[in-house]
Design a protein around this ligand. Structure first.
Ligand SMILES: [Zn+2]
Length: 218
């Protein structure tokens, strides 16, 4: 399950703050990897794939209470639409352009999650370019600012797609690999831990600590 309840999310946030974790965006991680800024050792970037309306409805009010920014990955053909790419799932409303602009204005980071939420690996060159560069341009027009990072739908990528993401004008990309990101981690293969269902806060903490011990593979 890809969701947590607002109450559980609030518990997760309290755990992170209580244990000295500090909120950053994926854009901050990029700047840090490039030596442009310093980050604390317990920096955590919270990301939301698919850009559901519930992010603004429930999550960002809690995040903003803790002055914690997030990164939201948008399926750019469905801005203001719904999760049509997954007919088996219940319909869920997605953020519209006004909401995305207001999140960006509040200091959150907006990234691309492709145009149609398709697996990038194995796509022919033109379709992949449309999904990567096309979604970036579409999203930049929506938010009126630069879009720097991409999140692979279903985590689907290979060496060739990493290169295509770079060529499409991104500085970073998120996978579903479970490793913590260091200065040497391939910026187009950033690791993440998935959070969903009934995961208690203490288990999330264990997941994070375990990640810190997992070396990234280039
Ligand atoms: Zn997704």
């Amino acid at each position: 399950m890809n969701f947590v309840t607002p109450a559980l999310f609030a518990e997760h946030m309290q755990m992170l703050v209580a244990h000295g974790f500090v909120g950053v965006t994926v854009r901050d991680v990029t700047r840090w990897q490039c030596g442009e800024i310093e980050l604390p050792s317990r920096a955590v970037a919270i990301t939301f794939d698919d850009a559901y309306e519930s992010v603004q409805q429930f999550a960002t009010p809690i995040l903003e209470k803790h002055r914690w920014p997030c990164t939201v990955y948008v399926v750019t053909s469905q801005v203001g639409g719904s999760n049509v790419w997954d007919p088996a799932a219940p319909r869920a409303q997605l953020l519209d352009a006004v909401a995305l602009r207001s999140l960006a204005a509040a200091g959150h980071d907006i990234g691309s999650h492709s145009r149609r939420h398709c697996r990038i690996r194995g796509l022919d060159f033109d379709t992949a370019r449309d999904e990567l560069a096309g979604s970036r341009e579409e999203l930049e027009a929506h938010i009126g600012g630069a879009v720097e990072s991409f999140a692979f739908p279903y985590g689907s990528h290979d060496k060739r797609t990493l290169e295509m993401v770079r060529a499409a004008g991104y500085r970073a990309a998120c996978t579903l690999k479970r490793w913590a990101n260091g200065k040497d981690t391939n910026p187009f293969r950033l690791g993440r831990v998935s959070v969903g269902g009934l995961l208690p806060a203490w288990q999330l903490r264990l997941k994070l600590l375990k990640m810190l011990l997992t070396p990234a593979i280039a």
